[in-house]
Design a protein around this ligand. Structure first.
Ligand code: PLP
Length: 275
């Protein structure tokens, strides 16, 4: 096994030495939330925003978390690693049951787990497919319960796709592990934040950076017929950055990778994200 640096319940070790109980609620119920915190040139990108979102996730599922301890552990993983660029995965689980039970005890010790890994953040052109969003009603919580995403994304993989774009009753939501933007008639659109969408940190970095440069992003409800008319579309996430969509395999579309507005957005984004 690779020597991955990790931390479990405050103890730093390599990943193969970490033992998790099968009664951990992460294992039996995926009763846990997580963050993926990117870093570039040894600098954590939008660190406070990630910690704030983790705080919102634990609050939403009634877990009490010491954010200062999390911050220290993430910084320690970063300072003890040789990687210049990569990400820290950090998961918070409600705790361990004495015996598996949907109803949890109030006396549980929260279980935390983090590890650090390199990532090149190389921009990849994406092949995607549209599919129906069959996830639960609280996708704004960054929960590890990702079975629907896993099934959709593996179906997409079997059709040589890198990602999916989901819709609920025709209204575009997001991708399996990223947020969606597209350009139509010279305007930039992205689905508005609701309970059906994860409020991506990369999404908000991009919207803010564009606004600082006088470019407005229109947030709202859009259907996939509007995506068919788009001249450019891309996905954002902490590990993908801003990745252009080259092809949507199951709808007709007119995507053009050389769209000049897309190019300007990408330049603005890269100068804000990779510093
Ligand atoms: N939407 C989903 C479902 C995700 O899983 C992710 C990231 O993993 C995102 C959006 C993008 O979020 P962020 O930009 O904070 O990485």
């Amino acid at each position: 096994m690779r020597q991955i640096k990790a931390v479990f319940n405050g103890n730093f070790d390599s990943i193969e030495n970490i033992k998790v109980s099968p009664f951990s609620r992460a294992y039996t119920f995926s009763d846990s939330v997580y963050e993926v915190l990117p870093f570039f040139n040894k600098r954590l990108i939008a660190f406070e925003s990630h910690i704030e979102r983790l705080k919102r996730s634990v609050d939403a599922i009634n877990i009490i978390l010491d954010s200062k301890k999390v911050t220290d552990e993430i910084n320690q993983l970063l300072s003890s690693s040789d990687f210049d660029s990569g990400y820290v995965y950090y998961q918070v689980t409600r705790g361990q049951d004495l015996i598996r039970s949907h109803m949890y005890s109030d006396q549980m010790d929260v279980e935390t787990f983090g590890y650090i890994t390199p990532c090149s953040f190389e921009t990849k052109k994406l092949n995607v497919m549209i599919c129906e969003d069959t996830r639960w009603g609280r996708c704004d919580i960054k929960s590890t319960s990702l079975l629907a995403n896993v099934l959709h994304m593996n179906n997409a993989k079997s059709l040589s796709c890198d990602e999916v774009i989901m819709h609920k009753d025709g209204i575009l939501t997001e991708a399996g592990a990223s947020n969606l933007f597209f350009i139509s008639n010279g305007n930039i659109f992205t689905p508005a934040l609701t309970n059906n969408i994860l409020p991506g940190i990369t999404r908000s970095i991009l919207i803010e950076a564009l606004l600082e440069n006088g470019i407005k992003v229109l947030e709202g409800d859009f259907n996939y017929y509007e995506l068919q008319k788009a001249t450019s579309a891309w996905l954002t996430s902490s590990t993908k950055g801003m990745a252009p969509i080259e092809n949507i395999i199951n709808i007709e579309h007119s995507l053009n990778l050389d769209d000049s507005l897309y190019m300007s957005c990408k330049k603005i984004f890269d100068s804000k994200f990779f510093i």
